[in-house]
Design a protein around this ligand. Sequence first.
Ligand code: ATR
Length: 286
Amino acid sequence: MTTKTLVNARQTAKINAGVIGWPIKHSRSPLIHGHWLREHQIDGSYEKIAVEPTDLESFINNLKTNNLSGLNVTVPHKEMVFKFADLVTEDAKSIGAANTLWFENDKLIAGNTDGYGFITHLKLSASTWETNKPVMVLGAGGAARAILYALLNEGVPEINLTNRTRERAENLAKEFGPKIKVVEWEDKENHLQNCGLLVNSTSLGMTGSAPLEINISPLPKNAICYDIVYAPLETQLLKDAKNLSLGTVDGLGMLLHQAVPGFEKWFGIRPEVTEELRQIILNDLA
Ligand code: ATR
């Protein structure tokens, strides 16, 4: 085979990627990547793949054999995949979880794009956000880890962190350092008055979950409210914020923007998050 035909063969070879989890039925990632594959007319695929925890190691070790260029990783594999990657990126290490796997120079890299998705959507949606003001983050689960990482990277001076189970917030404060101040869940309203940003990273307010009960009126008038819940798209928190004429950021953009770096790594084109794509996901949620 000449160099030219080899290049042609590579160019025409179908590129495959997917998302692994257990269970995996509810993932919306195939809708996102499927849209971009069609938009860019790429000969590729992106599938949901159910992988049991006991099969994770052999599945990861056989990615190339199975003609997979990379993966998104979701619950319950996000921490476990570290063990089977050749390299773990700084962001994945700090967040303590990986959501994207790709090959670079034949090495399998485990990265995390959730913090990138969170901050990119925030900056695009709330240009008036004042990064020099303290932030209030509700929740101390996996999503909160990516959010704290992204906010600290952005240079915010202080993050008030509150969680129903205080101990989880205390653990994150130990891990992420002195800018994180743990606030009692029942006392959260008393720590809003200086905040430039309030983030809900809990599942409260999601369809089927308990409501998020918080009086946000102490927030300053330039503050932004960001709810990572995207079903419903306009949560009660965002409704309350609009009623107070505060800036709002919904949760759908984080989901869409976190998908961008993976698509680029696997398929070689950096895709756009467009209104059309948002609508595809919203139709699916309806
Ligand atoms: P994720 O990875 O999506 O962040 P998670 O790790 O299960 O999911 O975290 C869910 C978050 O929502 C946690 O902060 C959780 O609080 P606890 O740590 O106390 O469980 C929060 N959460 C869920 N249900 C809640 C409720 N009814 N009241 C208050 N917080 C709740």
